[in-house]
Design a protein around this ligand. Structure first.
Ligand code: UN1
Length: 506
């Protein structure tokens, strides 16, 4: 049968699903529209708003491809990942430009996002020649023992819009390297980025059915994927509310599920810190990606001896940040992703004011100079924030930093830990003893010393404690435990029945 393929060969991001190696429209023909958040008059593309039938086809395509993909030697799977890395390198600039248009992060950050995917492909490509298990001695003579990693099956991957290439990459690459096949349901705000990424993987030689893409919205395609009986696991990055719902469904169906959720990350600045460095870190951590990172710095915990001067400088620098079209390299802060996000941030500004926090700068939508057609929000600093306030406790996901004053290191640790999340944390100090106390005592999956809360590298575990996650880690070698099952193997070459625990005693 001739292969149907509705995508144009040279198209960067086809407005189609990718199922079983074919680019296909949704059967219903209902579309979602992707618009540029810096200028909502510009349509980036139209993509299928898929329903259960498309999800089902994608899962079944994944199931079919799993039969042969699981048998491809891991080093060879790694070679395909290396080719994917090459394609991504070649397409880095055009993918970054598409990302900037679709979700609004400045071009320099968008390049970093694609670079993170390249790093991931490089890392897991090499992992194809490692994927180590243990070999060990049996307690019985003439018997061999080892543990090996085996794939899990078809993996459902649900990813957010804030790292629209990096996050799919750090799920897809380790998943397929381990021999699984996947169905990706990307965020409805960034369908073009997902399509461009999957297209690059197709070009890199990932066989049909190994990576499937179903565009759509969470309540429809996402929900169908989570509940699908042929899915072996769900890996989700997004809000704690949705993650908790996914965990319920997966729990009921006895499916593995790995969740990467909210954060309320803080940067501590002690009185002995290098203030120039700490200030630079705070600006990047709080306002980079317009604060829309799970790892963004949303609380600044400042020692009272330096607080006044630090806040003065922070406000001056925040006001000087250049807001505007993120594809113009002169601008540092782009728009937030959509109207709902804008309203959410505005809601928190009101909450902060009502709670008695003092607004030092920002706090409103940016207007004028061509910004009126985008979702631009001014970098915002709240002072006189206390640990119990909602703006101290809840994830805002926007360019809003809350300043909390503390009088000692112990108090700083208590404040930093006093939230329900635990993703990233940071301390600026020149005291090495204090730094190590922080490493030990901060309740977070990531701790930076003299660096901001953002900047995770792909070869280390990524994830958090408390309500941020459910005990898993992505990236690094840790992610392999999500995407593989351990099998213990015993080979008895004694030629007789040997009984563990019975033939030998200690
Ligand atoms: C996220 O915040 O959603 O450490 C992911 C960082 C990036 C990844 C962030 N490398 O900020």
């Amino acid at each position: 049968m001739a292969r149907r393929n509705f995508a144009k060969p040279d198209e960067l991001a086809p407005g189609l699903n990718y199922i079983g190696g074919e680019w296909l429209p949704d059967q219903d023909g209902v579309l979602i529209e992707s618009r540029n958040p810096a200028n909502t008059r510009e349509i980036v593309g139209r993509f299928p708003r898929s329903r259960g039938s498309e999800v089902d086809r994608a899962v079944m395509a994944g199931k079919e491809a799993f039969k042969s993909w699981r048998l491809v030697p891991a080093p060879q799977r790694g070679v395909i990942l290396r080719k994917c890395a090459d394609v991504l390198r070649a397409r880095k600039e055009e993918m970054a430009r598409l990302m900037t248009r679709e979700m609004g992060k400045p071009l320099v950050e968008a390049r970093g996002d694609v670079q993170e995917a390249i790093d991931c492909a490089d890392l897991y490509s090499g992992e194809g020649r490692r994927l180590f298990g243990d070999t060990t001695h049996s307690e019985l003579p003439n018997k061999f023992a080892m543990s090996i990693r085996t794939p899990v099956g078809v993996c459902g991957l649900i990813t957010p819009w804030n790292f629209p290439v990096a996050i799919p990459s750090w799920k897809i690459f380790p998943a397929i390297l381990c021999g699984n096949t996947v169905v990706l349901k990307p965020a409805e705000d960034t369908p073009a980025c997902a399509a461009a990424f999957v297209k690059a993987l197709e070009y890199g030689g990932v066989p049909p059915g190994v990576v499937n893409l179903v565009q759509g919205v969470g309540e429809e395609a996402g929900a169908c994927l989570v509940a699908h009986p042929e899915i072996s696991l769900i890996s989700f990055t997004g809000s704690s509310a949705i993650g908790s719902h996914i965990a319920e469904v997966c729990g009921k169906n006895l499916r593995r599920c790995s969740l990467e959720m909210g954060g309320k990350n803080a940067q501590i600045v002690m009185d002995d810190a290098d203030l120039d460095l700490a200030l630079e870190g705070a600006l990047w951590g709080a306002f980079g990606t317009a604060g829309q990172r799970c790892t963004a710095t949303s609380r600044l915990i400042l020692h009272k001896k330096i607080k006044h001067v630090f806040v003065q400088r922070l406000v001056r620098a925040a006001k000087a940040l250049r807001l505007g079209d993120p594809s113009d390299e002169g601008n540092q802060i782009g728009p937030v992703v959509n109207a709902a996000q804008m309203e959410r941030i505005e809601g928190y500004i009101k909450i902060g004011r009502d709670e008695g926090a003092r607004l030092l700068c920002g706090g409103k939508r940016a207007k004028g100079m061509g910004l009126e057609h985008g979702f631009f929000f001014e970098p915002t600093v709240f002072d006189q924030v206390t640990p119990g306030m909602r703006i101290s406790q809840e994830e805002i996901f926007g360019p809003v930093a809350s300043v909390i004053e503390i009088a000692s290191f112990e108090e700083a640790v208590e404040v930093l830990n006093g939230v329900k999340y635990g993703l990233s944390s940071s301390i600026y100090t020149r005291d090495v003893n204090r730094a190590f106390h922080a490493i030990r005592d901060l309740e977070a999956g990531i701790t930076y010393v003299n660096g901001p809360t953002i900047g995770a590298e792909v070869h280390l575990p990524f994830g958090g404690v408390k309500n941020t996650g459910n005990g898993h880690r992505e990236a690094g070698r840790a992610v392999l435990d999500i995407f593989s099952e351990w099998k213990s193997v015993y080979v008895d070459y004694s030629g007789k029945l040997q009984k563990a625990q019975i033939d030998v005693e200690s």
